[in-house]
Ligand binder design. Structure first.
Ligand code: IMP
Ligand code: MG
Length: 183
């Protein structure tokens, strides 16, 4: 595994995003909605740099994408989503890859009539998008490689690494999984 982003680089990037969000929202109350499970670490660090009145909600995405392959059928669980009608909402995810997850989540949230909706991701993978939309905020652009750490997993491992690392292609199994994997 090769380190792609160090702890220090991630910290600086998250601070920078927090400044941009503070500039945008000021003291406006904000609801941050994180996509389980990959956004947990990013969300935990980001919210501690934000000072407007803040609520946190969660949605869960799982898919049959296998460990690394193209996006499979997506299942969304909104049981932990608070009321967002009339609220300013910021959707947070770990990585924008094909974009299907973000597009589906934006559909789910828009249908609940928030006052505004924006999206932020830690990472955007270059050259992989299969949807027209892009996240409003993206902290780092990364090459098309499979990455782990800082919330991102490979077969549900490595989410706890404090940095982002690139997996060696030889260490990755291909193919779709039989069961849905938590994103
Ligand atoms: P998308 O729907 O293809 O944009 O995929 C988004 C989800 O796939 C992310 O929230 C991650 O859970 C997962 N994902 C995509 N690329 C990677 C990666 O390189 N490492 C780990 N997870 C990834
Ligand atoms: Mg994820």
């Amino acid at each position: 595994m090769k380190t792609l982003l160090t702890e220090a680089e991630i910290h600086t990037g998250v601070l920078n995003l927090a400044q941009r969000l503070s500039h945008r929202y000021g003291d406006t109350p904000l609801t941050i909605v994180g996509v389980l499970t990959g956004s947990l670490v990013f969300m935990a660090d980001l919210i501690r740099q934000l000072h407007m009145p803040l609520r946190v909600g969660l949605v869960q995405a799982s898919s049959y994408r296998g460990a690394v392959t193209e996006h499979g059928e997506l299942a969304i669980n909104t049981s932990w989503l608070p009321q967002i009608e009339g609220r300013h909402v910021l959707l947070i995810d770990d990585i924008f890859d094909t974009g299907h997850t973000l597009a589906a989540m934006i559909g789910e949230l828009t249908a609940r009539h928030p006052a505004s909706l924006a999206s932020a991701v830690l990472l955007s993978k270059q050259g992989r998008a299969e949807v027209a939309l892009r996240p409003d905020y993206s902290v780092f652009d990364i090459p098309d490689a499979f990455v782990v750490g800082y919330g991102l997993d490979y077969n549900d491992q490595y989410r706890n690494l404090p940095y982002v690392a690139e997996m060696e292609p030889a260490d990755l199994e291909q193919g779709k999984s039989e069961v849905p994997n938590d994103e």
